[in-house]
Design a protein around this ligand. Structure first.
Ligand code: FES
Ligand code: FES
Length: 163
């Protein structure tokens, strides 16, 4: 018999009631139950960080978190960054600095950076390099990613960042 749970979770500002199996990962719940396929699955072992989303504001590997653990919590995915066609400052900076090539890793880096800059708005490049080392990118060599995040950090220090 399948072990099912009714959970309530807020995803990107919308409340959802979902019935999920105990073993269902948050990543599968987001992608398959809610159709939010912006969260990518690479390794499914907690190594690559492509699946990084925010759970109550903290970055988590969605492949290592169970869907039931989102019960009563808020989830943010990469789909929440843009305002319609208007890209967020981080998304614009990634584009400007060529911080993505194939783009597979990009949602994870964006969500990691989103939470990091919220807690450390004046981050310098050394700090940013340490943080992004937790995620894997096979294309960019990381320099563009560091430059993009640092540009947003610098803009934040100068004042509120306009999308
Ligand atoms: S897919 Fe989750 S860390 Fe790689
Ligand atoms: S842009 Fe291709 S893996 Fe990072």
């Amino acid at each position: 018999m399948r072990d099912l749970h009714l959970i309530t979770t807020e995803v990107n500002g919308t409340q959802h009631e979902l019935v999920v199996e105990s073993r269902r990962t948050l990543a599968d719940m987001l992608r398959e139950d809610l159709g939010l396929t912006g969260t990518h699955l690479g390794c499914e072992h907690g190594i690559c960080g492509a699946c990084t989303v925010l759970l109550d504001g903290e970055p988590v590997r969605a492949c290592l978190v169970f869907g039931v653990q989102a019960d009563g919590k808020q989830v943010r995915t990469v789909e929440d960054l843009a305002d319609g066609e208007q890209l967020s400052p981080l998304q614009q900076a990634f584009s400007k600095h060529h911080a993505l090539q194939c783009g597979f890793c990009t949602p994870g880096f964006l969500m990691l950076a989103e939470s990091y800059l919220a807690s450390r708005p004046a981050a310098d490049k050394t700090e940013i390099r340490e943080v992004v080392a937790s995620n894997l990118c096979r294309c960019t060599g990381y320099q563009g990613i560091v430059d993009a995040i640092h540009e947003v950090a610098t803009a934040q220090q100068a004042g509120p960042v306009q999308p």
